[in-house]
Ligand binder design. Structure first.
Ligand code: 5AD
Ligand code: SF4
Length: 479
């Protein structure tokens, strides 16, 4: 039987700068182990980071990749690698099931490659039942850590090389924010930046507050410094990340609002586009609307999760706004900034939701005319208040889901058609997957345009005429 070692939490409060130094020392140590492995293999060891879930996880994966690159791994996209990390999500159960399914596949690969190591991290690992299951049924996993101690990755990596059992290091929560660790960005011209971690809202269906812990805002000086550095490296577009950016800064020693932070970010030379995610409707201030309106850099896209259009369901969801308040907010935003694209998240099948409740949601969709919406079937997350409520039969949920989806697609199509024939600037992100003659660019409103152009335009912002609207994307021509 493999030894199962658990490192318990370091309770002593650590000073951030000293912790950065400590981790850099671990990187050097880990680099030594990777070098040894490299000599054994006769080549550079490869590593693959697979990301499930949201933008926060994508950013965390860039942090993991930065450290892996630093210690000497070659980053690859395929899972036939010497080290595979799954950065997991647990917001809905299907994300968990996908991880278990793919772990079986990894086990097969590990049997063929005796040097292979497997690590699991991210939100799913913050659930005790998951850890128990992996310990019991997936014993080939080498390292498990959670969302709070990701900054310790270099240290955990070293421990993994020094042990031949499973290492599990999960913390319940942390108040720690460690700055200045290496990051390997996926795109050279755009980047996400965490401005806060955790969530205090406790929407009754949501597991995030349990797995990401209490809300902690980063110091504005650290955020600005990071963005200045990114700008110096050629980044043009940034996305400020937080579970609820509208409550940014409230708990800092010197409180500052999100709108004030945006004003500071706007001043940074070289940054041409600013995005942010996610905005809770209950905390969206007039000050923020004003800043967005006056800004030359903030993109014309606001993601404003509705979840449900029924006030009764919203109350049970603990969202703390009514249908009417949400609609009034949207009206105010559209009045002040008419070209603002608004997108949303909707859950169908929350406990107790009736056909009439779904009609209310459809009514909101028709009134708001969303540019896009992510529609989810409610997923029961154990430990959340909604899990104990009476669930809606599956058939009913499916039917309502189809009705909501159809409405959303109609409004999105209508909104997209409005821009046909106009010229807008697009940040060129990539060569088109299907047609290498085409480039793919992103508009300020977050829509995609494909147009003919040379690869060297990637990373530039260019004007494109939106010739044909194809529902969710445009075919365009460079002007
Ligand atoms: N079931 C379905 N969807 C959920 N979301 C969060 N928790 C659940 C759940 N239990 C959705 C919400 C949120 C988005 C990120 O995921 O719509 O805005
Ligand atoms: Fe979950 Fe609500 Fe927090 Fe969003 S605001 S992460 S839905 S608890």
């Amino acid at each position: 039987m493999t030894e199962q070692k658990t490192i318990t939490q370091i309770t002593e409060k650590i000073d951030g700068a000293r912790e950065t130094e400590r981790q850099i020392a671990f990187m050097e140590k880990a680099a030594g182990y990777v070098q040894e492995l490299s000599e054994k293999l006769g080549r550079k060891p490869t590593c693959c980071v697979v990301t499930f879930g949201c933008q926060m996880n994508a950013r965390d994966s860039e942090k993991l990749s930065g450290i892996l690159e630093k210690v000497g791994y070659e980053l690859v996209e395929r899972e036939e690698a010497d080290f595979v990390i799954y950065n997991t999500c647990t917001v809905r159960d299907n994300a968990n099931q996908r991880v278990y399914g793919r772990l079986g596949y990894l086990n097969g690969l590990k049997k063929k490659n005796p040097h292979m190591k497997i690590a699991l991290c991210g939100c799913m690992m913050q659930e005790p039942a998951v850890i128990e299951k992996i310990r019991k049924s997936y014993r080939f996993v080498d390292l498990i850590f959670g969302t709070h101690n990701i900054y310790k990755f270099a240290e955990l990596l070293t421990a993994m090389f020094e042990s031949d059992g499973m290492i599990v290091d999960i913390w319940k929560d942390t108040d720690q924010i460690v700055e200045d660790l290496p990051v390997e960005r996926k795109y050279p011209f755009k980047s996400g930046i965490n401005i806060m971690f955790g969530c205090n809202n406790f929407c009754s269906y949501c597991i995030v507050p349990y797995v990401r812990g209490r809300e902690r805002s980063r110091n504005p000086k650290d955020i600005i410094r990071e963005i200045e550095k990114l700008s110096g490296d050629g980044v043009k577009e940034i996305m400020l990340l937080g579970q609820n950016v509208n409550s940014y800064g409230k708990n800092l020693d010197m409180p500052i609002t999100f709108a004030q932070l945006l004003r500071e970010v706007e001043k940074i030379d070289g940054i041409e586009r600013i995005r942010f995610m996610t905005s809770h409707p209950k905390d969206l201030s007039d000050e923020l609307i004003q800043v967005m309106k006056e800004s030359k850099k903030i993109c014309r896209h606001l993601h404003l999760p509705l979840q449900s259009g029924s006030t009764e369901i919203l109350t049970k969801m603990n969202r703390r706004y009514t249908k009417e308040q949400y609609l009034a907010l949207v009206e105010k935003i559209r009045r002040e900034i008419p070209d603002m694209a608004i997108t949303t998240d909707i859950i169908v099948g929350f406990p107790g939701e009736t056909r009439a409740d779904v009609d209310e949601t459809i009514d909101v969709i028709n009134k708001v005319q969303y540019d896009n919406a992510f529609t989810f079937i409610y997923s029961k997350r154990s430990g959340t208040p909604a899990a104990a409520m009476e669930q809606v039969p599956e058939e009913e949920v499916k039917e309502n889901f189809a009705r909501v989806l159809e409405t959303v697609q109609q409004t999105a199509k209508k909104r997209a058609a409005l821009l046909q024939g106009q010229t807008h600037s697009a940040l060129v992100e990539d060569v088109n997957d299907q047609d290498p003659e085409l480039l793919t660019g992103r508009l300020s409103n977050n829509m995609i345009v494909h147009f003919k152009g040379e690869k060297d335009l990637i990373g530039q912002i260019v004007p494109v005429c939106l010739k044909e609207c194809h529902g969710f994307y445009y075919l365009g021509e460079r002007v």
